[in-house]
Structure formats: C-alpha cells, structure tokens
Design a protein around this ligand. Sequence first.
Ligand code: NAI
Length: 345
Amino acid sequence: MIKTAFYDAKAYDKPSFENYGHLHNVQFRFLETKLNEDTVELARGCDAVCVFVNDTVNERVIDRLYELGVKLIALRSAGYNNVDVRAAFGKIHVVHVPSYSPYAVAEHAIALLLTSVRRIHKAYNRTREFNFSLSGLTGFDLHGKTVGVIGTGRIGRIFMDICRGFGMNIIAYDQFPAKDSGIAYVSLEELFRRSDIISLHCPLTEETRHTINADAIGKMKKGVIIINTSRGGLIDTEALLEGIKARKVGAACLDVYEEEADIFFEDRSGHILNDELLSRLISMPNVIVTSHQAFLTEEALNNIAETTVNNILSFFENDGICDNELCYRCGHIESCKKERREKCF
Ligand code: NAI
C-alpha cells in the first residue's frame, strides 16, 4: 500500500481519487487543509504527498517532507509554480499531470469571453427579476476581431481552434514558437498593439510574472478584453484595475487571481473579504471572476485522478521512472533527462 497525504482535498476530488486509488493500492489520506509549513507534519508516515495549485511547497516545506521520509510530490495540476522544484532537486521527486483536459480550460476561457461580450451575466440576473429591458446589454460580434494568444501550448492551441470557428483573426506570442504550425507569431509588443482580445495561456515563471502590467496595458487598444485562465501572477492586478478605471481595458475575464491562495475554492459568503483589490475588481461591471474553475469538468477530474495514481505507481513500482516527472531543468533540451526516459536525478 502506497500511503499518500492528499492536501487541500475537496468533495469533488474524493470519488475519482478513491476509485483509482482502491484499484491500484494507493491509499489517500484526505486532508482539508493546504500544505504549508504549519501542516507539513500531517504527512508523517506517508510515502508521497498529493498537492494542488494553492498548496505552498517551498524550500522549508520540502526540507521537512524530506526529513519525514516523503519520496514524491505528486501535483494534481499541470502548473507547478507553487513548488520550488530547484529546492526539491536531489531530495524529493516531483511529478505532475501535464494534460488532463486542455478542452476544459480553453472552453472556460471562451465561456468567460462570450459571457462578457454578450453581457449574459447581466441578462441572467435581470430576467430572474422579470426585468426584460435590453438597455446596456449591447455587445459586439467576435467575427472579424483579432485575438492575441500568449502561450501556444495545449490549451492555447485549442483556444485558437475555437476562435477560428468564430471567424476571428488570430495572432500569437510564445517564447518557444512551434515550428511549422502555421500560427501567426508576432512580438509581444505587436500582440498588445493589435489585439481586441488577449488571452493568457503561458505558465507563470519569473519571466512571465506581470506580463500584463501598466506598461503593457499602455500599449493595448482602448477597450481591449483580457482573459486569464492561466495563473493570477501573470497580471499585475493593481495595473489592471487602473486600466479598467481609466476605461482603457474594456473588460477582464479572470479565472485566476494573484492572491487567490487563501480565498479561492472556499465559501466566503457571509464574511467580509479582506482583499481590497479583489473586492474592487468584483465590483466592476465589466469584470467577471470565477474561482479557478476552468479545469472543473467530469472528464478532467477523472483524467487527473487516473494520471496522478499512474504517476505514483510509476514512481514507486517502475524504478522511479515516470514520464511526468519534472525538475528545474525541464525544457532545457541539453540537460533534460526526461528526453532519455531517466529519472531527473
Ligand atoms: P503547455 O506547457 O502545453 O503550454 C504552455 C505554452 O507556454 C508553451 O507553448 C510554452 O512554450 C509557452 N511559454 C513558456 N514560457 C513562455 C513565455 N515566457 N512567454 C510566452 N509563452 C511561454 O501548457 P498548457 O497545458 O497549455 O497550460 C497552460 C497554463 O494553463 C498552465 O501553465 C497553467 O498555469 C494553466 N492552467 C490553468 C488551469 C485552470 O483551471 N485555470 C488548469 C490547467 C492549466
């Protein structure tokens, strides 16, 4: 039996993880708390920890996990910006779920876009109160508009395919442009200048942090719509708020938020929100916030559980070799051992 401490467990996680866990002798200890320096002790006696996007897996947490004998950090997400992979290197192996349903995230980005552009959120509230007025609900056609996509990986490409179906013009920026893809790559500057809509689909790294800042917003078209289903830190929230107040940014569709860690995924209704920036954002008529739910489809949840259990099994029963292992050298072809199907260390 492989014992795994499952941090930040939610009701929607348990059925799929219990199902795949039982089938393969992986025993999950479901913990409602997030992993951090105060809760790391709860992993005592476990072989692995399973973590999500808002668990804090910094150097101190990693060192303590290592002392406790934990061998594996199994992320049940694609993004891994919350794990100090450099600190983990040489101590604890890290695996993730590189892809569970890129469709779920891309489709959610489109759902936010359509909701915003056609004012569905307002219309829904109005008709529930038998208010059938159309005043203030004028939208615009997506057809013929230019969408700028930052990050043309799995999710970005599906998002582009859907946009193509709407008859939109698509331009993109990626630090590592895909060769022979037919994607119309432009510089970030040009993307800011030309796009009516900008959608973020790149990972959060030191390089990409605050890709959307005051300077970037200054270069954008008046009325630009910004969609972020990737990671909150890609946007400087204060600069976004200023852009909205100055009427430069026409709308923002946010599934992620810089300071979401202690807020998202929890029911805070009935409490005073101690986050001035988020409160102000939510109060804006042209901002839609969802609480990191882009991944939340049945298909994705099943894929996450299946891949996570397979990652754990591969690691403990296949000599530690797991295709989904990652480390700080990932993406650097010359030093990446994954290319050679070896352990990262
Ligand atoms: P991917 O790895 O397939 O694609 C990421 C793309 O970003 C790659 O093409 C890469 O070259 C590009 N990139 C890397 N550094 C860049 C930079 N500095 N500037 C521009 N582009 C850069 O990843 P995938 O599966 O498409 O996921 C994208 C992101 O979506 C993840 O990193 C994660 O943060 C987020 N995500 C959000 C979810 C949600 O529920 N809201 C769920 C799943 C992922």
